[in-house]
Design a protein. Structure first.
Length: 239
């Protein structure tokens, strides 16, 4: 869903036929092969809708197997053990705290299972839900998720805030309410008070001063946008 549509502009898509297959060039060194020359009988000047399937191959099946699969498995077990230890805070389950611990672990699993990469971004995001909210990351949810995750996944807490901020209007500093799964901003206005609260809470837990310095000018610009653009009566009340 995040394929760059700019490659399909007129004059940028070339289909030279070569020995029964088509080579597709997007004015770059990147090339894709489309199997089956279905356009071989296309008349000159005619148009057609082209569906392209991009497949990645490996030289041999050995490349699919890690050099040490046991070590890989052990590393994953250790990673999840680390999450559990931080969420449960080393407290053994008892009859009194079992329900709360169960809820804590379930919340952790849900958030981590909703962890998704954003194509082209060095940062990842977390979907709020797969029930009607799987099309992107929302500001309301992201800010609260970051605070909830910082105890057991501090880097992911910071990354999902960065993903949202990366979709801002570069001219005005406005951060949208939603970033789709391709990292493109949209939706209605965001929530500036929650952004500053979320960043501060993440900083309080991580003591990452570089992160705080990175976020401060974005927060300031976002707040300024509200007073410049959304204080319609000029009385200091934004809407």
């Amino acid at each position: 869903p995040c394929f760059n549509s700019s490659g399909f502009h007129q004059g940028m898509l070339h289909l030279p036929r070569d020995k029964g297959s088509w080579t597709i060039n997007f004015n770059s060194s990147t090339q894709y092969s489309a199997i089956s020359p279905v356009l071989s009988d296309l008349a000159a000047g005619a148009t057609a809708t082209i569906f392209i399937v991009i497949m990645a191959g490996v030289a041999s099946s050995e490349e699919l197997v890690p050099e040490d699969s046991y070590a890989t498995f052990d590393a994953e077990v250790a990673r999840w053990d680390g999450y559990l230890t931080k969420v449960l805070r080393g407290r053994p389950p008892t009859e009194q705290n079992f329900q709360m611990q169960y809820a804590s672990v379930k919340a952790m699993q849900t958030l981590l299972h909703n962890w998704r990469g954003v194509p082209g971004s060095p940062n990842d995001g977390v979907l709020p839900s797969y029930q009607n909210y799987d099309s992107g990351m929302w500001s309301w949810d992201t800010y609260k998720q970051a605070v909830g995750m910082v105890d057991f996944a501090p880097e992911l807490a910071k990354q999902q805030i960065r993903v949202l901020i990366a979709g801002r209007d570069m001219a005005t500093g406005h951060i949208p309410d939603k970033i789709d799964r391709c990292g493109i901003g949209g939706g209605c206005s965001g929530k500036p008070p929650l952004l500053s609260w979320s960043v501060w809470e993440v900083y309080q837990k991580t003591k990452d001063l570089a992160f705080l310095k990175e976020m401060y000018p974005r927060i300031e610009q976002f707040h300024t946008y509200w007073y410049l653009s959304r204080d319609v009566q000029g009385v200091g009340l934004c809407s």
